[in-house]
Design a protein around this ligand. Structure first.
Ligand code: GAP
Length: 443
């Protein structure tokens, strides 16, 4: 993880938030390569959910919601972590994350000092809306995007004439006052989720649940993720959220071990029933074709976007021996991103700055810009420039040399194999398109 964190900073993927002030715990900033990667991961998910499913539509609900939302959802009562403090060194721990013997003996795992009793700590960030800081003005930063979907479900049925089964997809920020935020961007206080809520007729929920499990697995396969680094974990009775009838996590083998990447949950009709009770609004679905009314069950797929960024970085990271000269150049660091996710798809590199090669390279870059995210680099030896692009995960480099001026061909270099082929400039765009479409991860 240290190597990935350091590469992420060095190459402008992710920076610590407010670093000049010593950093803000639990918050991170996405740099030029990081925002491109995050946007592409979000784009791939959005395409998968909305464009490829005729019965799923999108939504972007507000982060600030009516405080009654969180009473209805059960978050005010149940969204807690068990917490203990050390009276001596003042360190705060999640009680379920320290060894049981420490909990039993009330002994701090860090300094041996005495631990407090376990108490419940609500993870929601609370603030005030308006000028007065009193209880009447309390408002929360949403801890999940899902509730924005539930409160809009009737609006969407009416405005878009949706018929069950149908889904609503949303990507957005969520906030949790996490006590333990180590492991880089894995668990943070401010993060992004990609959630889809699928509304089904009660009784068909188990079938839909299994179907979504299969679809989410296939999605990661399509992205070229190492499938032996993914596994399912079914929630035991002690892990199930207050709303869930059944839940499976897709776990990824991160450098610190197997950890949750995404959850598929059968939330039953819990949320809509509660919103119906708390708002006084009828949340029943009216099935006019069959003359039926019911509160739908909800199958939720809930992935962390920022956690997916970390997963994709870990999954892509590779160090490869490429020579045997006994120096640092023998090794390269390479991010083997799927071309659809790579922050830069193609880098254009003139062999020399002079003799019109830079102008020709810029011209080629200009041509590719409309369709691909591009980079241009003219400084340093060509081998070093390839290494820089490998480290940024750029799948293709186009090198412009003297022959390019003479016969209109360029060199296309592949990141993964480091193979180089000569391609007529006129065929470059089509070749890139077909390489991306047929891309298969080899390592
Ligand atoms: N709506 C259901 C829900 O929020 P969750 O299991 O608490 O379920 C879903 O969260 C996903 O959100 C997780 O699988 C994880 O990828 C991401 N996530 C949750 N808490 C996070 C945090 N503190 N930092 C980063 N990602 C987080």
């Amino acid at each position: 993880m240290e190597k990935i964190t350091s590469l992420a900073k060095r190459r402008g993927f992710v920076f610590q938030s407010s670093e000049i002030y010593g950093g803000q715990n639990g918050a991170w900033d996405y740099g030029p390569l990081g925002i491109e990667l995050k946007n592409r991961i979000a784009g791939a998910w959005w395409k998968e959910m909305t464009r490829l499913h005729d019965n799923i539509v999108g939504l972007d609900a507000a982060i600030l919601m009516h405080p009654r939302t969180w009473e209805a959802s059960g978050h005010i009562e149940n969204f807690t972590d068990p917490l203990v403090d050390c009276k001596k060194c003042k360190t705060r721990f999640r009680a379920d994350m320290i060894p049981e013997e420490n909990l039993a003996s009330k002994k701090c795992p860090e300094c041996g000092g005495e631990l407090t009793d376990t108490r419940k700590f609500n993870l929601m960030f609370k603030t005030h809306i308006g000028p007065a800081e009193d209880t009447a003005n309390v408002i929360y930063l949403r801890p999940e995007t899902a509730q924005g979907i539930y409160v809009n479900y009737k609006n969407i049925i009416q405005s878009n004439r949706m018929k069950i089964p149908f889904g609503i997809a949303q990507i957005g920020k969520a906030f949790r006052n996490e006590i333990v935020t180590k492991n880089f961007i894995f668990r943070t206080c401010e993060f992004e989720q990609m959630e889809m809520q699928y509304f089904v007729k009660p009784g068909t929920d188990e079938e839909a649940f299994n179907d979504w499990k299969a679809q989410r697995w296939a999605y990661y396969e399509k992205l070229g993720v190492k499938m032996d680094h993914l596994r399912w974990h079914q929630h035991g009775a002690d892990e199930l959220a207050h709303y869930a009838k059944d839940a499976y996590d897709i776990q990824y083998l991160f450098p610190m071990g197997w950890r949750e990447l995404e959850g598929v949950h059968n939330r039953t009709n819990y949320d809509l029933t509660r919103h119906s009770e708390f708002s006084g609004k009828d949340m029943q679905y009216i099935d006019q074709d069959n003359n039926e009314r019911y509160i739908p069950y909800i199958i939720e797929t809930s992935a962390g976007l920022t956690r997916n960024v970390l997963m994709i970085l870990c999954d892509a990271y590779d160090e490869e021996k490429v020579a045997d000269k006994g120096n640092d150049d023998d090794w390269r660091t390479v991010l083997r991103f799927h071309p659809d996710l790579a922050p830069v798809t193609v880098a254009v590199l003139p062999l020399m700055k002079k003799d019109g090669l830079a102008e020709l390279a810029q011209d080629i870059r200009g041509e590719l810009k409309e369709d691909y995210s591009t980079d241009y680099d003219q400084s340093g030896a060509i081998g070093r420039r390839y290494r820089r692009q490998d480290e940024a995960g750029t799948p293709f480099c186009v090198t412009v040399d003297y022959q390019s001026k003479e016969d209109g061909t360029i060199t296309l270099r592949f990141r993964d194999s480091m193979e180089q082929v000569r391609v007529p400039r006129a065929e470059l765009a089509a070749r890139l398109r077909s390489e991306i479409k047929s891309y298969k991860r080899v390592k």
